[in-house]
Design a protein around this ligand. Structure first.
Ligand code: PMP
Length: 424
């Protein structure tokens, strides 16, 4: 039987009833046939597809899995709340406790508001920033991802120029370009979005300089505009506070999502005292934004973040995997670039314009039960053990060896969508 026969059947059925069969970046359309589209279950650091193939998962649901899938403490808290009620006529006590927790944990936080997805939180940040001084312009670094709303989606089909009439773009980590954007806005800057580090698909990742973070803070202060840090992808994987706290920079607003409840659907906009009155003045809500189960799960997740060494373990394991892969790449003489923080790695191959090397290597790993991604940053979770890292390294070493053997005859990429994306 084919390794992915149930998955193939589901994809075929999906094509009939779901546009394109699947949408968004969770679609595997740009990946090779090695990747399943559908999954049946997840536990700890592992994931099973619908054909019951098991994977050590280095994508963590594109971020949300921080402590391990179905983490006991989080599940217990969610189950206890579910037995009492979830979506009710208003929020439960959990909303207040959760806001108190975030305020106590995040340096700049004086208040928190809750929603469902990262895009809700970044859109709410935009509206709050505009309400702050009744200004219009929002500054965003070119090519950064802040969600799938009309003002920020990377795919402009169905989007009008008017949706972005008040967005001004600048170059990431470039103070001159950012200052230029302020000048263009001519006194009308409401807020500036900052991404903790650059994590673009298909590209090497990099951190901004401390000088940039400090300079951006100053530009915002001088203009009385709000600095918004988008922590949706990075939150609590780099630090237990906002990730620019290492540079001594606190934002006015920060957007959180993904890991907040270890996979339960909830996101948050967190703000400083300065932004409280603006946040109080806007109208935002959603039918499911106050559901108590995700809030109970978030409270339990934040407790783990405060009281355990989850982050130190993630850093130790991810550093070891990075060192192991670097040694293997050198031994096989197939250079790779491992960029970004080790706990959110991007691995790209040198001299690989159509990505055939990267796809072969990651595809080999996936077929061998290790879910690696060829063009999106990956994510570590705290359920990964040193044994998982050893097993992963065993497979990546075999993947390098097989890549070396097949390299002279490796076929060119034939995935049309991928070639389009790569501009070929
Ligand atoms: N901002 C960043 C930096 C993200 O990585 C994402 C999601 N990948 C979002 C915002 C949007 O979050 P969501 O998909 O939950 O709407």
């Amino acid at each position: 039987m084919k390794r992915n026969s149930k998955d193939s059947e589901l994809r075929e059925r999906a094509r009939q009833v779901i546009p394109k069969g699947m949408y968004g970046h969770e679609s595997v359309a740009l990946l090779s046939e090695d990747y399943p589209q559908f999954f049946s279950r997840a536990e700890g650091a592992y994931l099973w597809d619908c054909d019951d193939n098991r994977y050590v998962d280095y994508m963590c649901a594109f971020g949300p899995n921080l402590l391990g899938y179905r983490h006991r403490g989080v599940e217990d808290a969610a189950r206890a709340q579910a037995a009492m009620g979830d979506t009710m006529t208003g929020p439960s006590e959990a909303m207040v406790v959760l806001a108190e927790d975030l305020v106590s944990m995040i340096g700049h936080a004086a208040w928190a508001m809750f929603c469902k997805n990262g895009s809700d939180a970044t859109s709410m940040a935009m509206v709050t920033a505009r309400a702050y001084r009744d200004r219009r312009k929002i500054l965003v670094a070119k090519g950064t991802y802040h969600g799938s709303a009309p003002w920020n989606t990377p795919n402009i089909k169905g989007i009008t120029a008017e949706d972005r009439a008040h967005i001004i773009y600048f170059n990431y980590n470039d103070l001159d370009s950012t200052a230029d954007a302020f000048r263009k806005a001519d006194g009308d800057v409401a807020g500036v979005f900052a991404t903790p580090f650059r994590h673009e698909t298909f590209n090497d990742q990099y951190a901004p300089s401390a000088e940039y973070a400090l300079g951006l803070r100053k530009l915002c202060d001088d203009a009385d505009a709000l600095l918004i840090l988008d922590e949706v992808r990075t939150g609590f994987r780099l630090s237990r506070d906002c990730s620019w706290s290492v540079h001594g920079v606190q934002p006015d607003l920060s957007a959180w999502g993904k890991v907040l409840a270890n996979g339960y659907p909830i996101s948050a906009l967190v703000g400083s005292e300065k932004a409280r009155s603006a946040a109080s003045s806007i109208y935002v809500t959603g039918s499911f934004w106050f559901s108590a189960v995700p809030m109970a799960a978030a409270i339990a997740t934040l407790r783990e973040i405060r009281t355990t060494d989850y982050l130190e373990r993630i850093i130790a394991n991810s550093t070891r995997l990075r060192a192991g892969i670097a040694a293997q790449a050198a031994a096989h003489d197939i250079p790779v670039r491992q960029t970004g923080p080790s706990q959110m790695p991007q691995i790209l191959f040198d001299d690989d314009p159509d990505m055939r090397k990267g796809y072969f290597w990651a595809g080999f790993a996936v077929r061998s039960g290790v879910y690696l991604h060829p063009y999106h940053n990956m994510f570590f979770n705290a359920a990964l053990t040193p044994d998982d890292i050893d097993n992963t390294l065993d497979i990546t070493d075999r993947a390098f060896a097989e890549l070396k053997r097949q390299l002279p005859s490796l076929p060119a990429q034939s995935n049309e969508l991928l070639l389009q994306r790569l501009g070929r």
